[in-house]
Design a protein around this ligand. Structure first.
Ligand code: DQA
Length: 154
């Protein structure tokens, strides 16, 4: 068993949850979402660090430092997901297991939202499940770390 120390990186416009289209994103605020994620993490005996920025360079720098602060990542880069290749490259540098989460069902929306620059680097992608998607992401990461720890001990 290994302890999950996950960094949740919310990207552009995620600070505006509560004001954004509730049909896609629900009506809760970002701090409510973070409270829910913290509870999910506590159920798994894990710890969470939250970050949010509207500046792509800052998001990249948070990824540069991620491996010093945690052992797993959950990314919802917002609209950057669909075109920000610098985020792809920075994620690759972290060497950490990552899960991509979207509150809305991106594949059922406009065509430009169907492509993600980070999916190929993630152990899983969860979309369209609202806050519950973050629970699944935490479970995936916990299983991944537990399995890696077992393999290292064998
Ligand atoms: C989002 C989906 C993106 O297409 C959008 O630009 C967002 C949020 C989601 O959580 O559903 O800002 O990542």
């Amino acid at each position: 068993m290994s302890q999950l120390r996950v960094i949740v990186l919310h990207g552009v416009n995620l600070d505006q949850l509560g004001r954004r289209d509730p049909g896609h994103y629900g009506s809760g605020s970002l701090s409510e979402l973070e409270g829910t994620i913290s509870q999910y993490a506590a159920e798994l005996g894990g710890r969470v660090i939250f970050e949010q920025t509207n500046h792509e360079g800052e998001y990249v720098e948070l990824l540069h430092k991620a491996a010093e602060r945690g052992n797993a990542l959950i990314l919802n880069p917002g609209a950057w997901t669909h075109y920000a290749w610098a985020i792809h490259d920075a994620l690759e540098l972290t060497g950490l297991p990552a899960v991509e989460v979207h509150l809305s069902d991106v594949k059922a929306r406009e065509a430009w939202r169907h492509h993600s620059v980070i999916t190929d680097l993630c152990i899983g992608t969860i979309a369209g499940k609202g806050p519950e998607g973050y629970r699944e992401a935490l479970q995936l990461l916990k299983s991944h770390l537990d399995q890696a720890a077992q393999e290292a001990a064998a």
